[in-house]
Design a protein around this ligand. Structure first.
Ligand code: PRT
Ligand code: ZN
Length: 285
């Protein structure tokens, strides 16, 4: 079977979560991740540890066949790679922010203003799409201090909690794009390589589905079972097992985390008791 090379960030925000995802997929990865590369012992994969800025380019050139990277880097680097999967972590947005005291009415505020950013290409495209002319000042880091030191009128930077903006006296006024970690792949992989990629995607999807769902077990009076089944659809339908106590059954199902509290309240009001909830490690749908 052919082996794939995957590039992940050497250190930084994506490093730990990328390794954790691969390990949760059952991949045995040694602890010496300070090296440039390491072999996965039980899956045809070699891991390369790189600066995140270099990953899109390396995947485009097929030096690494696949990679894990923020969507923002894929868009900024304007590379031709496939986005194989969205991974659901490192969620953030690229936004425009201005000093807190400055009045803001509409995007035309930015006309002829100076905007500091590490994302000059995405920003230039956004300005063009909105028919605005502004000066883009490219800086490689600490973008949030630019207005305070008089370098720019505004910034365009990644935001997650918003506390960096707040600490620097800035307010977010426009969102340019939403981003999260993605699995990217070279567009010319061989059939054999695509097979390995598909196996990896299958495992990642199982991990993602498991993270979003909880396993729920409860006891319910038989006369409300039908209503409970409607609330707890499960993967196909819930399992109903009679209890030794006549008139009662045990219900096993899967609930989406987003509906979780809502579902619990409803089943409780229908007489459910002894509700147990546990996390799911893998979920193959
Ligand atoms: O060294 P290397 O070049 O590999 O790493 P890097 O320093 O360029 O990247 P790194 O590790 O900081 O971020 C890697 C990726 O994480 C980014 O490309 C994004 O896809 C993703 N990500 C998610 C973020 C954030 N959230 C984030 N909040 N990247 C950066 N930030 C920064 C932001 O630039 C700002 O300075 O965090 C600050 C804002 O955070 P809040 O929580 O205060 O709003
Ligand atoms: Zn970087």
């Amino acid at each position: 079977m052919s082996k794939l090379k995957i590039a992940i960030q050497k250190k930084g925000r994506l490093h730990e979560s990328s390794l954790k995802l691969l390990r949760t997929c059952g991949l045995k990865i040694g602890n010496s991740t300070s090296k440039l590369k390491t072999q996965v012992q039980n899956f045809p994969l070699e891991i390369l540890f790189l600066r995140d800025d270099d990953i899109p380019k390396y995947v485009q050139q097929n030096i690494a066949n696949i990679g894990i990277i923020g969507e923002n880097e894929v868009l900024e680097n304007e590379v031709n790679v496939d986005i194989a999967l969205k991974l659901g972590f490192a969620k953030c947005r690229l936004s425009l922010a201005i000093p807190r005291q400055t009045d803001y009415e509409s995007i035309s505020f930015f006309s002829n203003k100076k905007i500091a950013t590490s994302y000059p290409k995405i920003l230039a495209r956004y300005l063009k799409d909105n028919h605005l002319t502004a000066v883009v000042e490219e800086i490689s880091g600490s973008v949030e201090i630019a207005p305070g030191i008089g370098l720019a009128d505004a910034i365009c930077d990644l935001v997650s909690s918003g506390s960096t903006l707040q600490m620097n006296g800035l307010k977010e006024v426009e969102t340019i794009l939403q981003s999260q970690a993605v699995l990217i792949s070279n567009i010319g992989l061989s059939d054999e390589e695509v097979k390995v990629l598909d196996q990896l995607k299958f495992r990642i999807n199982a991990v993602k589905a498991a993270r979003k769902n909880k396993y729920i077990l409860l006891n319910a009076p038989n006369d409300s079972i039908n209503k409970i089944i409607d609330i707890l659809p499960g993967m196909r339908s819930p399992s109903i097992i009679p209890l030794a106590d006549p008139g009662w059954s045990s219900v096993h199902s899967v609930v989406n985390e987003e509906d979780f509290w809502n579902v619990i309240e409803k089943v409780k009001s229908l007489g459910a008791e002894g509700i147990l909830v546990s996390s799911i490690e893998k979920m193959i749908v």
